[in-house]
Design a protein around this ligand. Structure first.
Ligand code: C2E
Ligand code: CA
Ligand code: CA
Length: 760
């Protein structure tokens, strides 16, 4: 969302971001737990695998030793070397010298043994108590526990196999002793010694080969000889597994932490590989990683949530700052139009049965308050007004300071009187505003209301405001009396009319639908000569004849009046050239209306002078009529334009004098040639004598200032007589002639008795 050039994230974005961080956190943590359990499984799997591996290596090693012996036993059986001690001696020596055997020997079927050590010494003994010999005599491959061997000062294991004669019957056993370390090394190789320890144990947990790893801290001969008590259940389950030659895995507390243990049966002597790893040896890295990861992820999530909160806070602050810039009037601190449109639309959407009206209020001539008393005074007035408006604002209503002196509001009401009373309140309040009242100025407030109808959902708030404004303008412009006005269907029709007029005006000008009519001006003092005529536009549209009051205002607002006036002015000049000058008729003064806009148009004087010259119109033959309100608005500028026009040979008149803001004072600073008194002047009302006296004083003043006077809209001879008496120079009114087409005007001047005094 972009406001005042800055981006503000919508609430949703934060929610989404927060949800994401949370999900991220959850995902991260569960991933870690997953990794953790995976790791645990991996560790146990690793241990089992290592155990299996060890079992295989050990079994291979043992098998290999047996295979060696079996080959030898085969030789022995065939050659019967055991019966010839000398031959045996050579045989045994060669084997013991290039093999790991510490000694090698044989027994007869009665387990009477003879053997030789590495140094060649021959020994005899009774092995009938030795299980491995007994097992070998029974046809098994037998491996003994560790025996201490005095000759070599070391522990050894005996491997024994039966010797078969040619008939396949056992004739004795062949046995050899290997240092216990052979097996131990095999085990250590398999487990990558260092990470753990492995023993060979029997089915009761007695060590067969006890690891020499420094991790071994059990002093005894049995894995259960511990300095602490294993849980009874664990011990019995291990024992029963061992008895049943089943491998398994368990974790057990140890004095230096947990130990992870696996054991698996060997295929010999009901022995087992018993493998134990301190948990910290394997798990430490992973655990550290996991702990750090959890910490980092949690930290990241916390930081991102915190950041999000901070960003949200900052952006909220910024948003409210921006809103106050974007949505509030800096002077009155009231909502501005933008905010009003949003809030009012919301209220209207949920209005239910509540009756609402839009009010549009402004001060007539607020600009003058600023000009006359200074902006500061104007600003104080607006603040005073704004405070009042804010104070009377009720729940479910909104008001706004649109700009300058324009205030709008959406009000609840029960009757039209309600709204009128409310307007009166504001009007009265401003009327007594001390700072301005003290300077002798009366503030004039105007208001318009649009009553929101039940079917107005298609209208936007700004359309409704336009309507309230239209209603307001109707009273402000004096088209209707009073200060407050309700929008009516008629105004709507006018709006529609305006749209139609605007749609057709250009084409109408193209196709010459605008006609110039002329209304004669008659002198009334010395004689009743036709002194001239005023050009008045008529629109002969295909749908009929349209009078200027129906379109001039519209053209003045949309600017088309500039084109139209120029067009009529050119018609007037051409008319003058072709019908008066070329025909040698007596010259007269033809006048054209100049609208307010032309006065500010940079090309106005050049355009008009060019046209006047194009038709070679003599100076002082064309009169330009400027309305009085123009002079009032900016009389220095007005005077400048008038002087330039006069310099180019135009006569200038002040039109509609008395209709609006007449100020006799202004007359003194404006040097027009003719003063045209507005029709309103002669509607004297209930004090006719006073009215006449006023007119007389104006005419006297005009005379003193060297201006001619023309009375407009005169429709009775009685008025003509009165005007003659008080010194008015000429009359333009129905009493003598209505506006007429140019051709008729020609007839009119020719028929008019020029020397006749109209009073006679
Ligand atoms: P205005 O310039 O004050 O023109 C005089 C108006 O008074 C004319 O109205 C005329 O027909 C009317 N009038 C003259 N005598 C009488 C009378 O005895 N009784 C009554 N009731 N009315 C009388 P019109 O022609 O309808 O023009 C109305 C206004 O439209 C003019 O007022 C002028 O302001 C404007 N207008 C007309 N033509 C043009 C034009 O070509 N350019 C511009 N800018 N404005 C024009
Ligand atoms: Ca006029
Ligand atoms: Ca006039």
């Amino acid at each position: 969302m972009k406001r005042n050039g800055m981006y503000i994230l919508p609430e949703r974005t934060y929610l989404i971001a927060a949800t994401f961080s949370l999900l991220f956190l959850l995902f991260g943590i569960s991933f870690i737990f997953y990794a953790f359990s995976l790791n645990e499984r991996n560790i146990s799997e690793y241990i089992r695998q290592t155990t299996k591996q060890t079992v295989m290596e050990v079994e291979n090693h043992i098998e290999h030793e047996f295979e060696n012996l079996i080959v030898l036993a085969d030789l022995v059986g065939k050659q019967n070397i055991f019966e010839d001690t000398a031959t045996f001696s050579i045989f045994a020596k060669s084997i013991t010298s290039n093999h790991t055997y510490l000694n090698i020997g044989f027994t007869d079927v009665n387990a009477q043994a003879v053997w030789m050590d590495k140094r060649g010494g021959l020994y005899y003994g009774d092995f009938s108590k030795n299980g491995f010999v007994t097992r070998a005599l029974n046809g098994q491959k037998a491996l003994s526990r560790s025996y201490f061997n005095k000759e070599n000062n070391t522990y050894v294991n005996y491997y024994a196999v039966p010797i078969y004669d040619a008939t396949g019957s056992i004739t004795g056993t062949l046995f050899a002793a290997n240092p216990e370390d052979e097996l131990r090394e095999t085990i250590d190789r398999a487990i990558y010694a260092g990470n753990g320890l492995a023993h060979i144990i029997d089915s009761e947990g007695n060590y067969i080969i006890k690891s020499k790893s420094p991790l071994v801290i059990n002093p005894g001969n049995n894995i259960f000889d511990l300095h602490f008590k294993l849980p009874v259940q664990l011990k019995s389950s291990v024992l029963s597994n061992l008895a049943a030659a089943r491998g398994s895995y368990f974790e057990s507390p140890y004095y230096d932490g947990n130990r992870l243990v696996a054991y698996a049966p060997l295929n010999i002597n009901a022995w087992h590989i018993f493998y134990a790893v301190p948990e910290n040896k394997l798990g430490v890295e992973m655990k550290t990683i996991i702990i750090w990861s959890v910490a980092i992820i949690a930290f990241a999530a916390i930081v991102s949530v915190a950041l999000l909160l901070i960003i949200k806070r900052i952006s909220k602050q910024r948003q409210s700052q921006l809103e106050s810039i974007a949505y509030y009037n800096s002077l009155t601190k009231l909502p501005n139009l933008q905010k009003f449109l949003i809030d009012a639309a919301k209220l209207l959407k949920n209005r239910g049965d509540t009756k609402y009206a839009l009010l549009y209020i402004d001060i007539k001539g607020f600009k003058y308050i600023n000009d006359l008393f200074g902006r500061e005074v104007g600003n104080r007035l607006l603040r005073y007004w704004g405070n009042y408006v804010a104070a009377i604002n009720q729940k479910g209503e909104v008001c706004a300071h649109v700009n300058a002196d324009i205030f709008v509001s959406l009000r609840k009401y029960t009757s039209r009187q309600d709204l009128e009373a409310r307007f009166e309140g504001i009007s009265r309040l401003l009327g007594v505003y001390p700072e301005i009242l003290a300077r002798g100025y009366k503030i004039d407030v105007y208001g318009g209301a649009y009553l929101v109808g039940p079917e107005d959902d298609k209208l936007s708030v700004s359309d409704m405001l336009d309507r309230a404004n239209t209603a307001q303008q109707v009273v402000k412009s004096g088209k209707k009396s009073g200060h407050f006005n309700f929008y009516s269907a008629q105004m709507r029709e006018e709006k529609i009319w305006q749209t139609q007029v605007e749609a057709r005006m250009d084409a109408a000008l193209e196709s010459n639908e605008f006609e110039m009519y002329l209304q004669p001006k008659i002198a009334i003092q010395k004689n009743c000569r036709v002194i001239g005529a005023e050009a008045l536009v008529r629109w002969e549209s295909p749908d009929g004849y349209i009078t200027p009051d129906r379109f001039i205002d519209i053209f003045e607002k949309n600017g088309f009046i500039l084109q139209l006036d120029r067009y009529i002015f050119e018609k007037l000049c051409r008319y003058y050239r072709e019908n008066i000058l070329n025909k040698g008729l007596p010259t007269c003064i033809l006048s054209a209306n100049v609208s307010r806009m032309a006065l500010w148009h940079p090309d106005f004087i050049k355009t008009y002078t060019d046209i006047k010259n194009k038709y070679a119109i003599p100076d002082q033959s064309i009169e330009l009529e400027f309305t009085e309100s123009l002079a009032f608005e900016n009389h220095t500028h007005f005077q400048t334009i008038v002087s330039i026009c006069q310099g180019h040979g135009f006569l200038c008149s002040l039109d509609d004098f008395g209709a609006g803001y007449s100020s006799l004072n202004i007359l003194k600073s404006i040097h027009v040639d003719i003063l045209k008194l507005d029709r309103l002047f002669f509607q004297y009302g209930n004090d006719p004598e006073r009215g006449k006296a006023l007119v007389k004083s104006i005419i006297d003043m005009a005379k003193a200032l060297n201006m001619k006077t023309v009375a407009e809209g005169i429709d009775s001879m009685e008025q003509v007589d009165e005007l003659r008496t008080i010194g008015c120079d000429a009359i333009q009114g129905y009493v003598f002639a209505k506006p007429m087409p140019g051709s008729e005007f020609l007839e009119f001047i020719q028929k008019w008795p020029t020397d006749k005094n109209p009073a006679l």
